[in-house]
Design a binder for this molecule. Structure first.
Ligand code: NG6
Ligand code: CA
Length: 506
């Protein structure tokens, strides 16, 4: 009897020791969509309040010089999840909703890394990295041939691409969620399905939002989309409920995995177009729907943080909050984002926007918090790239990665956890037309390119293109106004040589 009690006491002691001391920290990555450097209160926004993000920033480190790899979603996320630059892999530009899965199952992803170290893993929200075997061949009424389950994610509840692209349904564990057997789903990016209305031909049916450029194909929920879709019935999402749906799944995932280490990639739809947040977030700021979408994003963050606290895992969870690329105002819908700015600057001090080679394309908010491990109220000006997240987080548990994987990622964990402020020596950024820029020390270099100075197809965005090399001294010219390339030919040569090296390297 005594022996049994002793064994029991010993066993429970060992169990609790393993839980507190040896347990690997959870990692929650919150990745907003098109949220700008200047869009959050803790980054200087005045017109919109973001209390949950403020609180997260106060609890840890607010970084001021962090960059997504690319100025649009697909290549940015490709790099974040694989640790490989997007120009090494053809087909990583902004993907249609029927793109085949861009990361191939044999590629070792950040989710594979966590999973092979005993973590439960999830991808929730925006995916935009293709699904199924080949572009255009998916049968949306059956299990998909390839999904995040093949990339190391135990659980997924995702939008195939963006909310402005068909199919407008969620995919859960490789199947369309809430599938409606009475209304089969068909998707095409080439032609409409007979008898189906489009934004172009039936503008009277656009009762929720009108398009300003593009987005005039299938109509779902009174909003025109990119691509054609038929069917879906009750599986079709309502834009105003997207934040609620994905946040609920994220909260469930936290609750059901609180007793084991987990990695959750939570990719919000906010603040991408079409911006159509739930009514309860509307009208609390003077900026209209774009501001309301920021309020909704903040609400999602609050729910995640509350769930971590309620599950009792806050002090064992690293939370990273960032965005996939810089902000844009009119990105194809008439939501008055520009007219209602009221002095707000979505890119903060930076020039350019989403799509640009200027800093506005890739400069993103970046907050890291780990209760009890990272001291509160810190700020770090270290130059950090999303590309390094994979190997940095892997070094939390000395992850062993296959040789060829995450080839561009470097371990920078000490900087990310605020133990030092070491910058990346060279940091590379890619515009939507693959113009590469480099940041190093005080310099920002943009390689010469012949493209137009402004985007030609809708958004009022400076591309950053110029036929000559551009060099800016970021220590005095954050806004990239004074090109000093001709005064520093040596620096230009060094930066251009670096670009050639990083572009070619394999
Ligand atoms: C553009 C879309 C834009 C947005 C972007 C991708 C048009 C006219 N514009 O082509 O609305 O969807 O692609 O954004 O179609 S991203 O953040 O997902 O990269
Ligand atoms: Ca984006």
């Amino acid at each position: 009897m005594k022996k049994r009690i002793l064994t029991f006491v010993l066993a429970s002691f060992m169990l609790s020791a393993a839980k507190s001391a040896d347990r690997l920290p959870n990692v929650v990555m919150i990745v907003a969509d098109d949220l700008g450097y200047g869009d959050l209160e803790c980054y200087g926004a005045k017109n919109v309040s973001t209390p949950a993000v403020n609180k997260l920033a106060q609890s840890g480190i607010r970084f001021t010089d962090v960059h997504a790899v690319a100025a649009t979603s697909t290549p940015s996320r490709y790099s974040l999840l694989t640790g490989e630059y997007p120009w090494r892999r053809p087909g990583t530009d902004v993907a249609p909703g029927n793109a085949g899965m861009i990361i191939r199952p044999e590629q070792f992803t950040i989710a594979d890394m966590f999973r092979s170290n005993g973590y439960a893993t999830a991808a929730i929200g925006k995916w935009h990295l293709g699904l199924g075997d080949k572009t255009g061949t998916q049968d949306w009424n059956a299990p998909l041939a390839a999904s995040p389950a093949d990339l190391g994610f135990d659980y997924h509840y995702i939008m195939a691409a963006t909310s402005d692209r068909v199919p407008c349904v969620f995919i859960e564990q490789g199947f369309v969620a809430n599938y409606d057997p009475t209304d089969s789903i068909f998707v095409s990016y080439r032609q409409n399905f007979e008898g189906e209305p489009t934004g172009k031909n039936n503008p009277e049916l656009l009762y929720n939002l009108k398009h300003s450029h593009g987005h005039d194909q299938s109509i779902v929920n009174g909003i025109g989309r990119i691509g054609y879709m038929k069917g879906g019935g009750k599986a079709r999402w309502k834009d105003e409920n997207i934040a609620d749906s994905i946040t609920a799944k994220a909260v469930d995932f936290i609750e059901s995995h609180k007793d084991e280490p987990f990695f959750m990639y939570f990719a919000t739809n906010d603040v991408h177009v079409p911006r159509f947040p739930h009514e309860r977030f509307r009208g609390k700021n003077p900026m209209g729907l774009r501001g309301d979408a920021i309020v909704q994003f903040d609400w999602s963050v609050e729910q995640i943080m509350n769930a971590l606290e309620k599950a009792g895992v806050l002090d064992n969870t690293i939370v990273i909050l960032t965005s996939d690329n810089g902000p844009v105002l009119d990105d194809g819908y008439d939501d008055k984002a520009e007219e209602l700015l009221n002095g707000h600057r979505p890119t903060g001090p930076f020039r350019g926007n989403k799509y640009s080679a200027f800093e506005g394309g890739t400069a993103v908010p970046f907050i890291v918090s780990w209760k009890g491990h990272i001291a509160p109220n810190q700020e770090s000006g270290a130059l950090v790239s999303h590309i390094d997240l994979m190997r940095s987080l892997g070094s939390l548990f000395n992850a062993r990665l296959p040789q060829e994987s995450a080839c561009d990622s470097r371990d920078n964990l000490a900087t990310i956890l605020g133990e030092n402020k070491t910058s990346r020596e060279y940091l590379t950024e890619m515009s939507n037309t693959h113009v590469l820029s480099v940041r190093s020390g005080k310099w920002k270099y943009i390689e010469p390119s012949n493209g137009p100075a402004m985007i030609q197809w809708g958004p009022k965005v400076e591309t950053g293109n110029l036929a000559e090399p551009q060099l800016y001294d970021m220590s005095v010219d954050q806004g990239e106004r004074k090109n000093v390339a001709s005064e520093h030919p040596d620096v230009v040569a060094k930066m251009q040589a670096y670009i050639e090296e990083v572009r070619a390297k394999k």
